[in-house]
Design a binder for this molecule. Sequence first.
Ligand SMILES: NC(=O)c1ccc[n+]([C@@H]2O[C@H](COP(=O)([O-])OP(=O)(O)OC[C@H]3O[C@@H](n4cnc5c(N)ncnc54)[C@H](O)[C@@H]3O)[C@@H](O)[C@H]2O)c1
Length: 322
Amino acid sequence: MTGMTGAELARQLVKNSDNMVIGFDNFFASSIDSIRDIIDRDNLRFFEYDINDERQLSSIKDLIIANKTKFDRIVYVNCAAVVHTEHFYDVEHTFMTNVVSMRAFLHQAIDVGADIFINCSTSEVYSMQSWNEHGGVKETDFLLLATAEHSQRTSYAVGKLLTEFFMKDAVDKNRIKGCSIRFANVYSEHERFAKHIIPHIISSLQQDGSVTLLENSKKNKRSFLHNIDSCRSVLALINNEEALDGSVYNVATDEEISIIDLVGLVASKLNVQNPVIIYDGYRASDPERRILNTDKIKQRTGWSPIVTLSEGLDLCVKYLSK
Ligand SMILES: NC(=O)c1ccc[n+]([C@@H]2O[C@H](COP(=O)([O-])OP(=O)(O)OC[C@H]3O[C@@H](n4cnc5c(N)ncnc54)[C@H](O)[C@@H]3O)[C@@H](O)[C@H]2O)c1
């Protein structure tokens, strides 16, 4: 819950005293800092738990059962995952947390009689066909996956893809309502480590006006989704029951930018003149572009992003400079 989407979701939900938020995180890639402003709220219960620990998960289950009758709806959101690119190659760990424990968490939601399960998947599932000339890849597009012949990296995407099948199966069998969300490149001023590209560029340029990028960055373009908007998409789906048909929703912005231009934009916000880019390393099976068609979630829920890249970067620069 202390990750980017989970922390913002908790922040939005505890504002309403009719809601109770129960969350956990093992701080694998986040810290308590991201929810420090809400940790003392009466309607928030947070635990330093590991989703892979059966005993800890079972105590979450007991807590939900004990409080169940006080609330109109029980909603599970699966935000705990091994996410950062450097871990994508750690097949065993990623599979355990992202697939085995997602499935256990879904089964728990069904066992306690929860109404809704939101499964956070990823735009990485589009793998080598992550864009087209017609305004982005759609949820219904067939996939062209890099495999173990090319890169272990795709194991993350394939694991997340499998979770989409668990989600669909549970809804088709009327066990719960829910859906999967394919997010693209979420960022936040609350990222703890400079692992993702935006905090990496900001912290590198702040240090000495230079940044080291992979060779891929000479060509790569991406869009970036602020965690306020990833969180808003979860809330939009939770509040549109007819959208919770077990299917998949792309969630991204249309603001595509090359990584080189991103360095220039961040440099201008930091007042760094002539930033130096050093290229080192190459990542196999990394698509040059990733453009998602988001018509489906827009049409079904009215969601659309509200934080522009420039505004989001301003927030990151301000927060990270503190
Ligand atoms: N960040 C992105 O660019 C991105 C892109 C596509 C999909 N997603 C998906 O969105 C969801 C939310 O991710 P996020 O963007 O908030 O990333 P994040 O890394 O900020 O959050 C993931 C959280 O999971 C926690 N975690 C990892 N292993 C755990 C474990 N064993 N037990 C308990 N907690 C554990 C981490 O500590 C972290 O706080 C994830 O399912 C992720 O796969 C994220």
